[in-house]
Write a protein that binds this ligand. Structure first.
Ligand code: NDP
Ligand code: A1CAB
Length: 264
């Protein structure tokens, strides 16, 4: 028996599969995907095993990670009915509740929900996890051991999962356009495109690291950059004039509301 089976090798599945291979060794990981060739190609690249059906994957792995779209989770679990004895189900799907997962698997199957993000692919992710009624401490720690390879991991109450998803799961897509736009500004001011992107991305990484490592409020860190009468405050005033903060808050709230509907 292998330690982890993954169903779905798309954007999120493949990032987690790579993390699991680093954590457990590729010989402990089995993967399945609707389009088998994609699972096969990934397995060839990283040395784990690809199988043709979801049933075969669940038969081979103790922790069964469901990495398909939220609307497909119920169907995949129906397909796996009878194959989940002594298995632990780990769902990656946004908006699909633990109570629904438990009712679809049968309550004796321990169930966990995780919410990773795409930076997990390079070990810089932020992932939350919550457990269902029969999830034991060992199930949490086994999954945390795998996720440790993806970046930062935190247990949270399930009631906060949609909000967490909006900030950390969807959040990369709120930052990339900003980095792109900063680079556009740099290009408009005369920088070569390739350089402008590197400068904007490295600056974003550094600014985020300052928040995490200093523990200082972002407002204070912003103030530290703004010399009186200087260039930064002139730029900050433009961001405020264009409603940057309101746009960011509204983006998170729109994603939060949508997360709540995805599992329905
Ligand atoms: N993308 C993200 O940033 C995040 C996504 N999530 C969650 O991860 C899940 C997957 O999203 P994402 O990776 O982006 O989506 P993708 O579309 O990239 O991947 C979904 C994968 O599921 C496969 N698939 C579909 N149906 C089945 C099936 N019946 N059996 C086996 N495999 C199947 C698809 O196969 P095929 O190759 O045939 O299309 C595809 O490879 C979602 O539930 C989402 O909510 C969570 C956090 C972040
Ligand atoms: O866009 C989505 O639905 C998923 C949820 C979190 C990130 N991507």
């Amino acid at each position: 028996m292998k330690k982890a089976a993954f169903i779905g090798t798309g954007n999120m599945g493949s990032a987690l599969i790579k993390a699991a291979c680093r954590a457990l060794g590729p010989d402990q990981v089995v993967v399945a995907n609707r389009t088998f060739e994609k699972a096969e190609e990934l397995a060839r690249e990283i040395g784990c095993q690809a199988v043709r059906t979801n049933q075969e994957a669940a038969a081979a792995g103790e922790y069964v990670f469901l990495c398909v779209k939220p609307k497909l989770i119920h169907g995949v679990l129906e397909e796996l009915s009878g194959a989940l004895m002594d298995r632990v189900v780990v769902s990656v799907a946004a908006g699909v509740l633990l109570a629904d997962l438990e009712s679809w698997t049968g309550e004796r199957v321990p169930v966990l929900r995780i919410m990773p993000n795409t930076p997990c692919a390079i070990g810089a992710g932020m992932t939350a996890l919550s457990g269902g009624k029969t999830a034991k401490e060992k199930h949490f720690t086994d999954v945390e051991d795998i996720l440790a390879q993806t970046g930062r991991v935190e247990r949270i109450e399930e009631g906060l999962m949609d909000a967490f998803s909006a900030v950390a799961g969807c959040g990369p897509a709120f930052i990339y356009p900003y980095i792109e736009a900063l680079a556009d500004g740099g290009v408009a001011a005369g920088l070569p495109r390739s350089k402008a992107l590197v400068y904007a991305a490295q600056m974003t990484l550094g600014a985020a690291s300052m928040v995490l490592e200093s523990g200082a409020h972002p407002g204070k860190l912003k103030d530290d950059v703004c010399s009186p009468g200087g260039s930064t405050i002139a730029g900050v005033a433009e961001l405020e004039r264009h409603g940057l903060r309101a746009a960011a808050i509204d983006a998170v709230l729109a994603a939060w509301q949508k997360n709540g509907q995805l599992g329905k």
